[in-house]
Design a protein around this ligand. Sequence first.
Ligand code: GDP
Ligand code: IMO
Ligand code: MG
Length: 423
Amino acid sequence: MPGTVIVGAQWGDEGKGKIVDLLAQNSDIVCRYQGGPNAGHTIVVGSETYKIRALPSGIVRGKPCVIGNGCVVDPEVLIAELDEFEIRGCSTEQVYVSGNAHLIMPWHLAIDQASERRLGKLAIGTTKRGIGPCYADKAMRLGIRVQDILDPKILRQKIEVALAEKNLWLTRVYESEPFDLEAVAAQYEGYAQRLRPYVADTSLYVETALRDGKDVLFEGAQATLLDLDHGTYPFVTSSNPVAAQAAVGLGIGPQRIDRVLGVSKAYVTRVGEGPFPSEIEGDEQARMRELGGEYGTVTGRERRCGWLDLVALRYAVRVNGIDELALTKLDVLSHFTELPVCVRYRTPDGRETPDFPAHQSDFHAAAPVFETLSGWNEPLDACSSVDDLPAAARDYVDFVERELGVGVSLVGTGAERTSVLSR
Ligand code: GDP
Ligand code: IMO
Ligand code: MG
């Protein structure tokens, strides 16, 4: 399939990086279409672990990698990652960064932190990497783009214009320190020198590759329920992870998307604040967290853990147009005797619905209706295909397929790159 989107179907950290790494083997290019270093994608190769924030996960397989116009780029993070991959023996020669992607500036980080502090109990629990303020400036037409680093004079001018406004905000609204124009200009000119060779017309590059029949992966960061339009607003990120954004965030036509692969854990996690109907109560949540190693890749924060939520997943199938699903971390469930799965929500009026509520108040008040499936209580290491799974594990996968009307084509049985079963 020439154009395949890999999209998170829950609240992030579903194991997208690992699935992209798997599919990258048989692909020609891997492209990120939104988000920035709020992402943390982990790939485990034997004794080596790669934690990737800015680059597409295809970098580990040595594939050409594109950072699309829909992304936001923190030059410091990107440069550190490029350096790291070079040191670890992965070439970065074929990394292409869209000139239309926006740069995360130091004031974006400062404002992200200050605004979270100010929100207090109402905080979103962002990654504090400047993502929201950077996308806000893009919409305000006050952003600085990657292509601005191609000309030192333009770069300095844009920093000056932005700073005039940002320093007012920082000092008067947030009572924070202002930034010094000369210092920021010098810092970013340094970054510019390192990054200039990577700036490219990525829309033309990707479109040409697709026209030539190449296989291209479109890698989503974050996930459906963190989507700015379709997620659990305001507890969302500031971009659109949903599959259709692959076209906008790379500058290609929507008909270039041939297949949408959703990635879901066999349970659910969420980092940061916001409603989470199937969240596990009591000590069992901590147990799931330990078993699954559920700590944020970027922030190290504890991830909240819940039972698989098929109402939310059904919604993800709808808003992304998911054709097939990768169900990751099934091995983590091997330790539970009973497996509740949320099949419907009960709304305050006593109604039960299989559909994700359209209104925030209904969602906030939704109670999960669980169906309990049996566990299998045995490791999955020895399985070599989905059909090899213990009967109860197969039933679990079949149940998900039946409820969603979508096939599960891949099942994750461990963190290691090779621990994936296919149909
Ligand atoms: P991403 O942001 O969607 O790429 O996911 P993360 O890398 O942030 O989080 C997924 C975590 O689960 C990482 O630590 C992976 O190494 C790990 N992982 C991925 N797939 C599996 C799996 O099938 N089983 C287990 N046990 N761990 C997995
Ligand atoms: P990957 O790509 C999980 C969450 C944050 C917060 C909200 C907004 O690894 O799946 P932001 O910094 O984006 O403004 O934070 O979104 N969040 C993620 N949660 N995985 C991610 O990325 C996330 N990126 C952002 O915790 O709740
Ligand atoms: Mg992650």
